[in-house]
Design a protein around this ligand. Structure first.
Ligand code: HMG
Length: 395
């Protein structure tokens, strides 16, 4: 029952890279058993961006259907969350703004705190809409997860972008108060400016994530949050999908609820369908889990769904959303299923070549082959500038 003060997600659209490397193919190179990938970490495949795709092209692909459905008359702000930024100064969202043909009377900003950035963007967007309910905010989360070749992290890579339109009287999900918050200065995963790939202490990162589940839940309870029994299920940030099952066990233990593995599997499996074949998409990952849940079989009209966001380093937040009655007619299930299905499978050698062919860093002219399946692409680099091609509706 959305009232006048209700603010939340009015539309949700995602896109991913045009290529896919399966864990079956990866295991031929690493020698790891497929059971470790499929059961141990819960991953079956990872999206790989084509040579002419990056966070901007994926973001524009994800956001274009949102603009086509709702127009852009009420959008006054674009918040772009990423931890795989392409520039130290200019916001990636400004390129996306141009590709999408958005009008000039819009503010565009980039946000960063590892995988948590999109949740910060969502909360900031909700606050802006609360202040001026006639405006809408376009929140975009876009990332490419890359670890060192031949490292344990390699099996947990991926790429995707999610675009969410935040508005009053949302058609999909209202964002509730309060939030449970948790910040802890820890070196579990980080990427210095001079590196293309993340540095990670895998075991420490798992422990830090679980400590943050506990920390956010305690803070949520200290701020008069709902009882665990009032929350239908929880979507978690999924660096690999098995993490969500571990996290739910941690949450239930912290809340003092005993639960069987079967009950946890029943609650969490509907949130993992997209991430298990896309891989870690950092800022986008939690919202792919939400998309999977909403686009699954369960009827969630008026259900309260928890969201747990974790960004290494670390900042985390737990909050709930109330699913709007009739939300199903606003989903994009067919388009999402299609973008996953039409990715081109690549073998390990092709993946390795793509990883090793890096863009020049001396500003020299460089053209990229046309590989992207979507309508936006990075055509090359010239004079230290990235050159994009694609749909620019009103520019
Ligand atoms: P690893 O050393 O390759 O794997 O690292 P492992 O030996 O720990 O095995 C993984 C699981 O597979 C284990 O399960 C094994 O038992 C199981 P667990 O004991 O943990 O339940 N296993 C098997 N299961 C069935 N059959 C088998 C078999 N063999 C083993 N035959 C690790 C795995 C995830 C640590 C590594 O891939 C990594 O470092 N990934 C990157 C870091 C990461 O994802 N951290 C997650 C928390 S931090 C986070 O979420 C933030 C992040 O998204 C970044 C951000 O915020 O920006 C990463």
């Amino acid at each position: 029952m959305p009232g006048d003060r209700t603010v939340g997600i009015h539309d949700l659209s995602f896109r991913t890279g045009s290529l896919v490397l399966t864990h079956a193919e990866l295991s031929k190179h690493t020698g790891a058993s497929l059971a470790k990938y499929h059961q141990g970490i819960g991953q079956r495949a990872m999206s790989v961006p084509a040579a002419d795709e990056d966070i901007v092209t994926m973001a524009a692909e994800a956001a274009a259907p949102v603009i086509e459905r709702h127009g852009c008359d009420r959008i006054r702000t674009v918040l772009f969350a990423t931890e795989t930024s392409i520039d130290q100064s200019k916001a990636a969202g400004v390129y996306a703004h141009s590709l999408l043909g958005l009008p000039s009377h819009i503010r565009v900003v980039e946000l960063k705190q590892a995988c948590y950035g999109a949740t910060a963007a969502l909360q900031f967007a909700a606050a802006l809409v609360q202040r001026e309910p006639e405006q809408q905010v376009l929140v975009i989360a876009s990332d490419i997860a890359r670890y060192d070749l031949d490292s344990p992290g390699e099996a947990t890579q991926g790429a995707a972008a999610v675009a969410m339109l935040v508005s009053a009287r949302p058609a999909i999900a209202a964002i509730d108060r309060p939030s449970g918050l948790h910040t802890h200065d820890i070196m579990d995963f980080w990427r210095p400016n001079y590196r293309e790939t993340a540095l990670v202490d895998g075991k420490k990162s798992l422990a830090a994530y679980l400590a943050a589940v506990e920390g956010t839940w305690r803070d949520y309870q200290n701020h008069q949050g709902l009882a665990i029994e009032q929350i239908r299920t929880v979507c978690y940030h999924q660096p690999f999908t098995r993490m969500a099952f571990k996290a739910h066990r941690q949450l239930l233990d912290t809340a003092g609820v005993s639960s069987s593995d079967t009950a946890i599997a029943h609650a969490i499996t509907p949130t993992t369908r997209y991430n298990e074949t896309i891989g870690n998409s950092y800022t986008a990952s939690l919202y792919l889990a939400l998309a999977a849940l909403l686009e699954g079989d369960e009827d969630l009209d008026e259900a309260t769904v928890g969201l747990f966001s974790y960004g290494s380093g670390s900042v985390a937040e737990f909050f709930t959303t109330r699913i709007t009655p009739g939300y199903r007619t606003h989903l994009r299930t067919a388009a999402h299923t299609d973008v996953i299905a039409r990715r081109r499978p690549i073998d390990y050698a092709t993946y390795r070549r793509l990883r090793e062919d890096t863009l020049p860093d001396d500003g020299t002219q460089h053209s990229l082959p046309h590989q992207a399946l979507g309508r936006f692409r990075l055509s090359g680099i010239a004079g230290h500038q990235r050159l994009y091609e694609g749909f620019r509706p009103s520019n």
